[in-house]
Write a protein that binds this ligand. Sequence first.
Ligand code: FAD
Length: 139
Amino acid sequence: MERFDILIAGAGVTGCMIARELSRYQLTVCLLDKANDVATGATKANSGIVHGGFDPEPDTLKAKLNVEGSEMMEQVAKELGVKYKRNGSLVIGFNEEDEKSFDYYVGPSAKEEQEVIRPNTILSIIFGLFKELFALLFG
Ligand SMILES: Cc1cc2nc3c(=O)[nH]c(=O)nc-3n(C[C@H](O)[C@H](O)[C@H](O)COP(=O)(O)OP(=O)(O)OC[C@H]3O[C@@H](n4cnc5c(N)ncnc54)[C@H](O)[C@@H]3O)c2cc1C
């Protein structure tokens, strides 16, 4: 029977990143997955943006790690030779009530990273996007 110092269950981005981190130490690590390949779960089929860190409930461990993980991404992608573009994301508010909810999304820890922008700036972002567009599928 083979023995390992550490067994990681699940080879999605979380398990793989833990395995990568542990590979820096003198440890034998086993990464197990119930599927027949790595990244067959949520990691395989998400929207493909790296969250800016404002989604989880503020001041939770998840919120903290979300921000830290997002900040790590550029360097990690460079080290792994993976193309990465920090394209960001927009949360849209249609009224003052919506804008108040931005505080909830951002939370104090990530507040400096986020910016509330007004229609003129939003329009220039959208027009900037249009310059890069080639085709749209509408259905
Ligand atoms: C529709 C959707 C869109 C998303 N869009 C984004 C996005 O744009 N940006 C973003 O940053 N995040 C996004 N996310 C979230 C992101 O995809 C997940 O947070 C991330 O992929 C989770 O990775 P994970 O390794 O924790 O889980 P998973 O990728 O699900 O990996 C878990 C692994 O564990 C394995 N497993 C389960 N049970 C066992 C077991 N008993 N034994 C062994 N192996 C087991 C599974 O086979 C799987 O491979 C999205 C999620 C969804 C669902």
